[in-house]
Design a protein around this ligand. Structure first.
Ligand code: NDP
Length: 296
């Protein structure tokens, strides 16, 4: 079998167009412009690139955005004070603090300080709890929500499917497993979460109708770990050295793409699969936060 590609770029564009149209209505009917604040501490090159693409997307979709650049020496107290300012800023509906943070700052403390109604990244304990409870009034983290949308919009039958999620992180694996196992017609999957202590990983992966790889190990998932006809979602974004190109590296996923795509029925590429969905879901969450602010 040769897999059909799931075009994350095209699906993200579809979602962005829906969000942009909804923003136009919100501005016209309620005179509200959704606002996103992105806080960057330090100058990690990958984080700088992510943050500037978020700025550009806000502008494209008609949102207000504020970028706050803080030095790498920022203390936790200084960052908490900045977040508290943003929590009370009525022009800001979503707050995103770009990870990773310098070692003197606890990510948990930061995420727990963002007002839950502005926590468009979905990392505040209240939103994590709502996701676990199946309460859709919370915010789901953007990459897992993007994985869900990729499956839905590619007409993959999730209900009743066996999903194996490789990886159990707070940001990706765990929330993907919660979303896909919800009691809901867009979910209802039987989910297995596998990780570095799982026995017989290859066997577990082979039992998947839908395999979601989110471990951060380049090309970890080989063809013999994938059942014929499985749907494969590759969340991994890994830099591997490549001296044949100017920047000296290229991005690859957690899946050994070429051989696995000979067995899968549907597969996401890297780049161009899950990556563009993360930012599309961030924009969507920020729009929702602005709508919710009307009622509050
Ligand atoms: P983490 O490092 O936080 O978590 C990795 C998970 O994978 C852990 O649960 C770990 O197990 C498991 N794991 C690691 N190595 C193995 C192994 N050899 N066998 C089995 N399990 C293993 O990573 P993230 O979840 O943050 O990210 C995963 C990947 O997704 C990365 O490549 C990252 O760059 C990418 N990513 C992509 C995003 C996007 O927008 N597309 C957004 C976020 C992440 P254990 O818990 O036992 O340690």
């Amino acid at each position: 079998m040769s897999a059909r590609l799931i075009d994350g770029k095209a699906i993200a564009e579809q979602i962005n167009a829906e969000t942009a149209a909804a923003i136009v209505r919100l501005k016209t009917e309620r005179k509200i412009t959704p606002g996103l604040a992105v806080v960057l501490v330090g100058e990690n090159p990958a984080s700088l690139a992510y943050v500037s693409s978020k700025d550009k997307m806000c502008a494209r979709l008609g949102m207000h955005s504020v970028r706050i650049n803080l030095p790498a020496t920022t203390t936790q107290a200084q960052l908490l004070a900045k977040i508290n300012d943003l929590n009370s800023d009525r022009t800001i509906h979503g707050i995103l603090v770009q990870a990773p943070l310098p070692s003197q700052i606890s990510e948990e403390a930061i995420f727990a300080t963002i007002t839950p109604s502005k926590d468009v990244d979905g990392f505040h304990p209240l939103n994590v709890g709502k996701l676990a409870l199946g309460d859709e009034t919370g915010f789901a983290p953007c990459t897992p929500a993007g994985v869900h949308q990729l499956l839905i919009r590619s007409d993959v039958k999730i209900e009743g499917a066996h999903v194996v999620v490789l990886g159990r992180s707070r940001i990706v694996g765990r929330p993907v497993s919660l979303i896909l196992s919800q009691k809901s017609s867009n979910a209802n999957a039987t989910v297995t979460v596998a990780h570095s202590r799982s026995r017989d990983l290859a066997g577990v992966c082979r039992s998947a109708d839908i395999l979601v790889a989110a471990i951060g190990v380049p090309h970890f998932v080989k063809a013999d770990m994938v059942r014929d006809g499985a749907v494969v979602i590759d969340v991994g974004i890994n830099r591997v050295e490549d001296k044949t190109i100017e920047k000296g590296y290229r991005l690859v996923g957690d899946v050994d793409f070429a051989p696995v795509s000979q067995k899968a029925s549907l597969i996401t590429p890297v780049p161009g699969g899950v990556g563009p969905m993360t930012i599309a879901m961030l924009m969507h969450n920020t729009y929702r936060a602005a709508v919710n602010s009307i009622a509050s």
